[in-house]
Design a protein around this ligand. Structure first.
Ligand code: AMP
Length: 249
């Protein structure tokens, strides 16, 4: 069984970001970039399935600028077998990425596609769903457990008030939630090994895909600054303020 995994290069989750002064977007100059955290979970899950004998090959795909090769090398160091970079400018919209992944599904014929539930830069939470629709594949989003047996994927999903378990006929699309697994640390020997693994670079045109944007960002703004808190002398003063100033009691 072949598994295709999507990995997006995004601004590192631990760095403090700011908005460009002209309000056209987030300032990414000299920012640390990393693999989208949900995609690390996706790669980890695919590699675990391979280690358990349920999969034979893990192919990591990224759509983005040339530097996304580093993100793909990280996926290879976690344990993916080969990588495909679909080179495009940053900010390809979820529909564009889904169309590219659909073309790769047609070319690679994976039995399973694992994506993150969302990219932490655009928070779209759309690509997996769009891919499943374009490719006509069953989908299970926000997976917190995944098992493969007898040509089927069994997926547990956290829903309001409990867990839901779905059974999907493969091939299928699964998107990862935080609790699916804890990605391993990438070791130096595996980073060295990853340098020798195959990484193919293609363009969206090679797949016959048009990624012309459909959305226009009108403005990006910082959230309003919160004013400083006030320390109250005692509970009586606090209740007084909540009643008469905040008017929440
Ligand atoms: P989104 O719909 O943008 O929130 O992204 C959901 C998931 O789709 C991500 O966690 C990735 O697995 C995949 N994805 C989105 N954009 C890309 C990209 N440029 N390259 C590779 N995978 C992507």
């Amino acid at each position: 069984m072949k598994i295709l995994v999507g990995v997006k290069r995004v601004v590192d989750a631990n760095v403090k970001i700011g908005v460009k002064s002209d309000g056209t977007g987030v300032d990414l100059a000299n920012m640390k970039m990393s693999m989208n955290p949900f995609d690390e979970i996706a790669v980890e899950e695919a590699v675990r399935l391979k280690e358990a004998g349920a999969a034979t090959e893990v192919v990591a795909v990224s759509v983005g600028v040339a530097q996304a090769q580093e993100t793909l090398r990280t996926a290879l160091a976690i344990g993916a077998d080969r990588a495909i970079l679909v080179e495009a400018s940053d900010g390809v919209e979820p529909l564009g990425v889904a169309k590219i992944l659909k073309a790769l599904v047609d070319r690679e014929l994976p039995q399973l596609v694992i994506l993150g539930k969302q990219a932490i830069d655009d928070d779209s939470n759309q690509t997996g769903q769009m891919l499943a629709a374009l490719a006509g594949l069953p989908q299970a989003t926000f997976a917190s457990k995944l098992a493969i047996a007898d040509g089927k994927a069994t997926v547990a999903r956290e829903v309001d008030g409990g867990a839901e378990t779905l059974s999907l006929q493969l091939p299928a699309v699964v998107t990862t939630d935080l609790r699916l697994n804890e990605p391993r640390y990438v070791t130096l020997p595996n980073i060295m090994k990853a340098k020798k693994k195959p990484l193919e670079t293609i363009k969206p045109e090679d797949l016959g895909v048009d990624i012309t944007p459909r959305l226009k960002t009108l403005k990006v703004a910082e959230p309003p600054r919160r004013s400083a808190g006030v320390k109250m002398a005692d509970v009586r003063a606090l209740v007084e303020k909540l009643k008469n100033e905040a008017k929440v009691l």
